[in-house]
Design a protein. Sequence first.
Length: 344
Amino acid sequence: MCRHAAITGWGFCVPEKVLTNYDLEKMVDTSDEWIRTRTGIVERRIASSDQTTSSMGVIAAQRALDKAHLAAIDLDLILCATCTPDHLIPATACLIQHELGAVNAAALDINAACSGFVYALVTASQFIMSGTYDRVLIVAAETLSRFVNWQDRNTCILFGDGAGAVLLEATDQDGGLVSSVLGAQGDVGRLLTIEGGGSAKPANPDTLANGEHCIRMKGNEVFKFAVRSMGQTAKQAIDKAGLKPEDIRKVIPHQANIRIIKATQEALGIPWEKVFVNVDRYGNTSAASVPIALCEFLETEEVSPGDNLLFVAFGGGLTWGAAVVRWIDVESHISERVEGPYAI
Ligand SMILES: CC(C)(COP(=O)(O)OP(=O)(O)OC[C@H]1O[C@@H](n2cnc3c(N)ncnc32)[C@H](O)[C@@H]1OP(=O)(O)O)[C@@H](O)C(=O)NCCC(=O)NCCS
């Protein structure tokens, strides 16, 4: 029997507070028109003072478990993809594990910035396909608003907060992760960084005064890297799956900028209707963007067993990744789970 790693649960959580472009006009020298035309973003969600990466992650995770009809104690592993963890130690995945009561699960964080969800998806799938684990929960959660310099118009207009979670399970149905491509290129040019607060630059009055605990970005260079890497990586993942772009039911790209998404669509030569977009409502939620988009896609469109979805992302690091995932018959998987080979 062939073991596949398939998506059987999903959920997301975004803060209630909405920050519009018009709100930003009152904070920095910008305009709704500039932000819309350069990025496609109209509004983004901002965490309230009592919300954290882990608290949003827990809500998204519980929704994913409910969707899959599983309890937290059934989990073998929790991976949290984040570059805005609650703390350096403990890992945010450990906090989520505790809050969920997932006492049988190992837990660790993955930091590949905005590519984090794709990295976590591929990592989780290896644990399942190798036979090590049967159920892995991926939580991709970010609170970027706490790392944004709200006086820097180059960056503060771009980011938002939120969390998305996906449950991966072992199945003998022909589906799940079909192909993947991951890549990295050390960001020696400091295109996208948060330099302060780590061991190289521990927090001190100077790092605080210099704003080194906030995101810094050379936007135009990141833009060029993104346009190049998204199209290439997406094509490589489709090739590796033995597919053609037209075989992809929906592309679910990292939601950073509508122009980057458009360039990816053009590189693939697929119709715009095949690309899921919600960057207008959430901005760039880093690792959380792909699973939030996946959840909204699944809320709005029918997916059939055998449909191929393409996830593609780029981010700080620099990192990039793409994965083709074939949808399985989730309902029959859940109903067979009670008695089948993966019975709890
Ligand atoms: C940031 C980004 C939207 C800027 O768009 P751009 O077309 O590249 O614009 P530029 O950087 O060339 O800047 C053009 C001008 O707009 C100005 N500008 C920057 N932010 C602005 C804002 N919020 N409002 C008004 N003007 C702004 C710049 O200062 C610059 O002015 P100048 O020419 O007088 O110096 C775009 O580069 C981008 O999306 N990059 C990728 C960012 C990203 O995705 N990061 C996360 C990676 S996961």
